[in-house]
Design a binder for this molecule. Structure first.
Ligand SMILES: *Cc1c(COP(=O)(O)O)cnc(C)c1O
Length: 366
């Protein structure tokens, strides 16, 4: 039997994502958590991530071990005062997850909800803030990965600033791919992780927090391990993580950030994803599939396609593509069957061609 080398696995999901060889190569070394070079690497990561969030001078990055959800929970628990009230803007599963976190930590909160194909409406946010002066903090998801929708963060930030409240942004799936300007927008916090648009391996999440507010949050966190104030003090003090750092993951993230810089930064990466997104949508529409969102609401991150129904069978398509090393993602909409295909990660147009060809072959033989 002739064995052909297995082609590279392509993860067209919201994470973990396809990583480059250089990023994976950076995993291959052991580091002591107190080594000078690891402390320097940690400091470098913090500086670079703060700059990517547009927060140099006003913000600082607090790194955590864990998936992205850990950073969101740490941010809400540390930065929303115990006697505060949070307003969560919900148009998908990640917004709902923030409501659930606040409920579990017993923080006072209210939610404003929209359908999964509707963006957050800044005017409605302003009305809610005017009507309820007790609201101290607002939380929103930048790109709602549930559908792939991009919320108007700038306009929401304008409203929240005008009304004198704080804004926390779950920027997870768009960080590194779409610009965000924490200083200019006066954001209280930007939460993201190593394994989405930054194209690192999974295992680190982080909060880029406004320094002045973070300094006021000593003792506020509901959790020891998710206390951003305490971890920030640690980084500023001895430069170390309070608990075992994911050292290889940190080294891989540093390597991934080198590659982001070499690619030309967020603008260039966003342009690559936008081209892949265009190619994906055109290719799928040519095969007869339809996008869930209208083009003006869609971010170039992940696309939700409507399940056309029988004879189409997503489970069969998923299994066929998986056998070829291509991973798609089930839908997450509450209201209708769907599936998702991502256009982020260390992939290029040849990879997207391979994906579209595999889907076309599967569709023909169905
Ligand atoms: C991926 C993602 C998260 C975090 O998910 P984890 O599975 O914990 O990494 C949070 N918010 C959004 C918008 C995401 O896309």
């Amino acid at each position: 039997m002739i064995s052909t080398p297995h082609p590279r696995t392509l993860l067209l999901t919201p994470g973990p994502l396809t990583t480059s060889e250089a990023t994976r190569a950076a995993l291959g070394r052991d580091w002591g958590s107190r080594d000078d070079d690891f402390i320097a690497l940690t400091a470098r990561l913090r500086t670079r991530l703060t700059a990517l969030a547009g927060g140099a001078g006003t913000h600082e990055t607090v790194l955590l071990a864990g998936s992205g959800t850990f950073a969101v929970e740490a941010a809400l628990g540390t930065l929303v005062p115990r006697d505060g009230r949070a307003l969560v803007l919900v148009n998908g599963a990640y917004g709902r997850r923030m409501v659930e976190m606040l409920r579990r930590m017993g923080r006072d909160h209210v939610a404003l909800e929209w359908d999964e194909d509707r963006p957050v409406d800044p005017d409605a946010v302003e009305r809610a803030l005017l009507a309820d002066p007790a609201i101290t903090d607002v939380a929103v998801v930048q790109c709602e990965t549930t559908s792939g929708l991009l919320n108007p963060v700038e306009r929401i930030a304008d409203v929240v600033r005008r009304q004198g409240r704080r804004l926390l942004v779950d920027a997870m799936s768009a960080f590194g791919a779409l610009p965000i300007d924490a200083s200019r927008l006066g954001l209280c916090a930007v939460m993201a992780s190593s394994n989405k648009g930054l194209e690192g391996v999974p295992g680190i999440s982080f909060v880029v927090a406004e320094r002045a507010h973070l300094a006021r949050c000593a003792g506020n966190a509901h959790s020891l391990s998710l206390d951003l104030h305490a971890q920030a003090e640690g980084f500023r003090g001895n430069g170390q993580w309070r608990f075992t750092p994911p050292v290889q993951v940190a080294a891989a993230l540093d390597a991934a950030l080198d590659q982001l810089e070499a690619e030309g930064g967020i603008a260039a990466r966003g342009a690559r994803y936008a081209a892949l997104h265009r190619m994906l949508v055109d290719g799928m529409e040519a095969l007869g599939f339809r996008c869930f969102l209208p083009p003006d609401l869609q971010a170039p991150i992940i696309v939700t396609f409507r399940d056309p129904g029988p004879p189409f069978d997503f489970a069969a398509l998923y299994a066929r593509l998986q056998a070829e090393g291509i991973v798609l993602y089930p839908g997450k909409l509450t209201r209708e069957p769907s599936f998702r295909i991502g256009c982020i990660g260390a992939i290029d147009e040849a990879d997207m061609r391979r994906v579209l060809d595999a889907i076309a072959r599967a569709a023909r033989s169905a």
